[in-house]
Design a protein around this ligand. Structure first.
Ligand SMILES: C[S@@+](CC[C@H](N)C(=O)[O-])C[C@H]1O[C@@H](n2cnc3c(N)ncnc32)[C@H](O)[C@@H]1O
Length: 337
């Protein structure tokens, strides 16, 4: 006899049911519809266009998962879904979930093929180029992707704003800044700083719109460029690379780190942040899943441990490289020139 049960295996094996229920709720705008106040199932169904067969189970499943509350027959948002999943609020972070729903949910259906072939399973399967060329040829995908990046980076960016000694520096540049999620958080927390968001030209209007919505256009500007094709990266006291290195293979990672080193003044710092995998590669599930996600999304990208990141930094010349946790999922490797 054994005390073992299959419960946790079943729970993990069916976890995509829960994930997809939340992704569909974001797609349908459940949390935005309830931001104005509680509604009963009939009113909510009409707003969202739900079929009568699905509404009760869908909404009650969201209650059971703690994403909604129900009092009497009326549904309401709970505090975190109201703050982060109402499209009308500046704190909205559903972009990343919209992207997961619109793209990755389907692409991950081909994970087994990716595991066998090592080949990407996204838009690259049918077209050439790289992920960004594929994404940026469609204006809707471009916006969804860039907003999605803000959703991923907001939490780590807020911690980095507190943890890194920004008082010692005056300028920073976020390399591959996307919508500007990180530069905005750093600039809000440190009024003495001015910053640059460096990214491909297609990103400019979306970056500038987001920065202006926080009244930061006088301290954060966009610089268009290509970090592989341009001879050099922007110069600043601090360079940041968030979720950049994991998109590329080992040789490309080193090339980007070398360019960052060359662009920094002596005493300057490079902060690399993403879902840094623990050195023993047995705890950070998010980092390991992200690395599999890079298998789906890119020809050679992968996530890596803090020791790997610090080692590459020292190889390209940084005199010191240290690793620090940011959130449960994210960490930063800081190199000093
Ligand atoms: C995965 S996103 C990370 C965005 C942001 N740093 C964050 O962590 O939220 C990668 C970013 O790199 C940018 N990027 C990709 N290739 C680039 C290139 N060759 N030159 C400059 N930026 C590039 C993309 O446009 C995108 O904004």
């Amino acid at each position: 006899m054994t005390d073992l049960t299959p419960d946790r295996i079943m729970e993990l094996g069916t976890s995509f049911w829960r994930a997809k229920t939340l992704l569909s709720a974001v797609e349908l705008g459940v949390f935005s519809a309830l931001a104005g106040g509680p509604l009963d199932a009939a009113a909510l169904s009409q707003r969202l266009g739900l079929h009568s067969r699905s509404a009760r189970d869908f909404l009650d499943a969201l209650v059971a998962m703690g994403m909604l509350d129900r009092q009497g027959d009326r549904y309401r948002n709970v505090p975190d879904t109201d703050l982060f999943l109402d499209r009308a609020k500046p704190t909205y972070m559903g972009g990343i979930l919209e992207m997961m729903n619109a793209r990755l949910y389907g692409f991950w259906g081909s994970l087994t093929e990716a595991l066998r072939t090592g080949e990407p399973q996204n838009e690259l399967k049918t077209g050439g180029g790289n992920l960004f060329e594929a994404l940026y040829s469609d204006p809707t995908l471009l916006r969804v992707f860039l907003q999605g990046m803000t959703g991923v980076s907001l939490g780590p960016a807020r911690v980095m704003a507190r943890k890194f000694p920004w008082k010692r520096y005056r300028t920073f540049a976020d390399i591959g800044a996307a919508q500007g999620g990180l530069p905005v958080q750093i600039a809000l927390a440190h009024p003495h700083l001015t910053g640059v968001g460096f990214d491909l030209p297609a990103v400019q209007p979306i970056f500038e719109e987001y920065v202006a919505s926080f009244g930061l256009a006088d301290r954060l500007r966009f610089q268009a460029g290509d970090f592989f094709r341009d001879e050099s990266l922007p110069t600043a006291d601090v360079l940041v690379m968030g979720h950049i290195l994991h998109d590329w293979n080992a040789e490309e990672k080193r090339r980007l780190l070398g360019k960052a080193y060359a662009a920094l003044p002596t005493g300057g710092a490079l902060i690399v942040y993403e879902g840094i995998i623990d050195d023993e590669r047995r705890r950070n599930v998010f980092g390991l899943m992200m690395s599999l996600n890079m298998l789906i999304e890119t020809p050679g990208g992968f996530d890596y441990t803090g020791a790997d990141g610090a080692g590459w930094m020292r190889e390209v010349g940084f005199r010191e490289a240290t690793v620090e946790p940011l959130t449960e999922t994210h960490g930063m490797v800081v190199g000093t020139k």
